[in-house]
Design a binder for this molecule. Structure first.
Ligand SMILES: C[S@@+](CC[C@H](N)C(=O)[O-])C[C@H]1O[C@@H](n2cnc3c(N)ncnc32)[C@H](O)[C@@H]1O
Length: 347
């Protein structure tokens, strides 16, 4: 029988438990606000509750609470009954602004795809099986995702949103002046290669990805005026040879795969690199003690739910795999936010 007596006054508070248990409400409120276009409408013109509700086509019942919840969560501000975007929302959540391109595809994917997948986290924990689109079909995760051109574009550009800040940092933090060529493996839209080449005019490179990614990649390279120094190589990095390059980068790739496949990629990198060449792996690394970086540990659970076999890892583990693959000198460096790089040099 359940004990229904209230806990003694001296018991620790349950506030944090409830806050975390209900955190999905705040998450979904923000995601719905992006989906229905609250921030884009307010960027066009601030509005009171009636006007905003009408412009968005929302039912009167929840509109006021919805907008005020966004005020309380710090994504809107209300002045004399008129709602305005905060500077952060205005910069990143208005569809007409360039900042939207970086954050919003990830938010859209979180709302339309990850939210449903995470609802089946307990199933993933019990079975060890991915809960993504491929789960009811006998096909690879990426085949399922890329079968729909809109999903393909949203996914590839959402990767730019997640990676852009780290890419800008990698473009400056790695000693690119020591090298002349790079290949970005699993390049998606190509933002890492684009940022590295923009910051290092002496370099040329290629983005390697599944052939379906080519149009989205090429459009992005053209938009940055880089087609003379940046090409695309279509292929499967498990079955096709790696491009020849002084540096091979793997951004948010290793966490997608099980241990054997992680090691295959590092071994193939070592075999493809010239002497003096380097592999640069970057991911949201788990701290070596596996107790502090909650974002990275949750990302690893995300890999459980969306991939077959993928998991996050620590810098220490990645360096061990690199050494096993043959790399002589390895180290881990923090980049920005939750991202770090692990570098391996073939001496
Ligand atoms: C998680 S995304 C990472 C994108 C990008 N590197 C970043 O950090 O933003 C993984 C990328 O690997 C690509 N990919 C998956 N399987 C692949 C394979 N077998 N061969 C080549 N690319 C693959 C996907 O198409 C996708 O663009």
């Amino acid at each position: 029988m359940k004990n229904t007596n209230p806990p003694p006054e001296s018991a620790p508070s349950a506030d944090r438990i409830l806050e975390t248990a209900l955190a999905f409400q705040a998450s979904k409120t923000l995601l719905s606000a992006v989906e229905v276009g609250v921030f884009t409408e307010l960027a066009r013109k601030p509005a009171d509750v009636h006007e905003l509700r009408e412009r968005l086509g929302l039912h009167p019942r929840g509109a006021r609470d919805f907008f005020d919840a966004l005020v309380a969560l710090g994504f809107l501000r209300r002045e004399d009954g008129v709602y305005h975007n905060t500077p952060e929302s205005e910069a990143h959540l208005d569809r007409a602004k360039p900042g939207y391109g970086h954050v919003a595809p990830m938010l859209e994917m979180a709302g339309s795809r990850l939210f449903g997948i995470w609802n089946r986290l307990s199933d993933a924990l019990r079975t060890g099986l991915s809960q993504d689109e491929s789960k009811d079909r006998d096909e690879d995760t990426y085949d399922a995702l890329y079968a729909d051109p809109d999903r393909l574009r949203t996914f590839l550009s959402s990767m730019t949103g997640i990676s852009h800040r780290a890419n800008l940092r990698i473009a400056r933090q790695v000693p690119w002046e020591d090298y002349t060529t790079m290949a970005d493996m699993g390049t998606a839209q190509g933002d890492l290669a684009v940022q590295v080449l923009l910051a290092n005019p002496g370099l040329s490179g290629t983005g390697f990805d599944l052939p379906q990614a080519e149009p989205v990649f090429t459009e992005y390279a053209e938009r940055h005026g880089l087609t003379d120094r940046l090409g695309f190589t279509g292929g499967d990095f498990f079955t096709d040879p790696f491009p020849r390059a002084d540096v091979l980068t793997f951004g948010h790739i290793l966490h997608n795969w099980g241990l054997e496949r992680k090691k295959v990629l590092l071994r193939k990198a070592w075999e493809a690199l010239p002497q003096g060449g380097a592999v640069v792996v970057y991911d949201t690394l788990i701290d070596d003690d596996r107790s502090e970086n909650a974002f990275a540990l949750l990302m690893s659970l995300n890999m459980l739910a969306v991939t077959d076999g993928g998991f996050g890892y620590t810098g220490h583990e990645c360096q061990e795999w690199m050494r096993e693959a043959g790399f002589d000198r390895t180290w881990t460096e923090h980049l920005v936010g939750p991202d770090s790089i692990v570098v391996g040099v073939k001496e």
